[in-house]
Design a protein. Structure first.
Length: 95
């Protein structure tokens, strides 16, 4: 019979696998780009998604950091684009 610790670890890894799978599907870049940004081999991410491999907590955190960096960059780009639109709309009203 598995110990409580091993059951907890198994459940935790299943949660990570499911969350990583969702992140890989929804991320603004490819799996290869995510892996590169996280400093992880892309095959490892695919193997985790497929339930064949587990990442260490440190590797999971590096994927989290990569996703957060992408989020910040996308938000900054969206802000710049929105500001450019406002300027162009204002110029059109004045001209």
């Amino acid at each position: 019979m598995p110990s409580i610790l091993s059951i907890t670890t198994l459940v935790s890894m299943e949660n990570v696998r499911a969350a990583l799978s969702r992140a890989m599907e929804r991320a603004p870049g490819s799996v290869r780009e995510l892996a590169r940004a996280a400093g992880i081999d892309h095959a490892a991410l695919v193997r985790v998604r497929d339930g064949e491999y587990n990442l260490t907590p440190a590797r999971v955190r590096s994927v989290v950091a990569a996703l957060r960096a992408w989020s910040e960059r996308c938000s900054d780009l969206a802000d710049e684009l929105e500001e450019a639109l406002k300027v162009d709309e204002q110029d059109r009203k004045e001209g």
